[in-house]
Design a protein around this ligand. Structure first.
Ligand SMILES: [Zn+2]
Length: 252
């Protein structure tokens, strides 16, 4: 950078937050809300707090990788068909720190990437926007009264390998230095400038960060919020607030 030459300012005069990632699905119908449980971050579960968000969506909704990174994919009785994507968190909210996000997609109807199992040595690569599979009701989401949804959660780590080793076990919520560092930097880069905050929960459970806040601070590509057929809309604005943008729309 030099002090002379053309300006690096945007044409609006507002630098804004760089939003380099994509969104995680092809549609947005807010949060699952049914008789089996609520889908918001930190919703009560038996013996622990819900460590992700249940993004309500019909069976078959296309799921996307928000970033280029590594992945694992498999099946277990609880999460059903699952895909785990590990990406380095961009400088726009991580600064120059090496912080990696392990993002779990669970209860998929079908996976669209080769199955690897949980061995980090078998990890594959995904590109930003790549289709990972489709949303569904596999694993312990199969009961008729459970609305189809994507269980999505984000755990932070200091290396890609540590991210690949993250098992996303509910209730195993220990904190770590990378997660603490990311919370400080996302507050300074995104939350404080916009007044963006959760109204009914805290930003994190240990190393798990609120997935909606994390994604919103990284992506301008959230699909429009639409009303679901299966339940009343549980909008983002019911659980989050911001001063400079509409949380149901996302950062511009
Ligand atoms: Zn869930």
């Amino acid at each position: 950078m030099t002090s002379e030459g053309t300006t690096s300012e945007g044409t609006t005069g507002e630098p804004g937050l760089e939003l380099p990632w994509g969104w995680i699905a092809a549609l947005d119908q807010g949060i699952r809300d049914d008789s089996y449980g609520l889908g918001h971050f930190q919703a009560p579960r038996q013996g622990y707090k819900h460590s992700g968000i249940d993004f309500l969506m019909p069976v078959g909704t296309t799921l996307l990788s928000p970033c280029a990174g590594s992945y694992l994919a498999g099946y277990d009785g609880g999460y059903g068909n699952w895909v785990q994507v590990i990406c380095k968190v961009p400088p726009s909210i991580a600064g120059d720190q090496a912080i990696f996000a392990s993002m779990l997609y669970a209860h998929l109807n079908a996976t669209a990437v080769p199955i690897t199992g949980i061995d980090p040595n078998k990890a594959g690569k995904v590109s930003q926007g790549q289709t990972l599979g489709t949303a569904g009701k596999s694993g312990n989401a199969g009961a008729a009264g459970i609305h189809a949804h994507l269980h999505f959660e984000v755990a932070l780590h200091s290396s890609e390998l540590a991210g690949l080793q993250e098992a996303h076990i509910s209730g195993a919520d220990g904190d770590n230095a990378a997660a603490m560092a990311l919370r400080a930097s996302i507050k300074a880069a995104c939350l404080e400038p916009t007044g963006f905050a959760p109204t009914k929960a805290t930003l994190n459970i240990g190393r798990r960060i609120d997935p909606f806040i994390f994604l919103t601070c990284l992506s301008a590509e959230k699909p429009p919020l639409t009303t679901p057929q299966i339940q009343a809309l549980h909008s983002w604005s019911a659980d989050y607030t911001a001063e400079t943008f509409d949380v149901d729309v996302g950062l511009p």
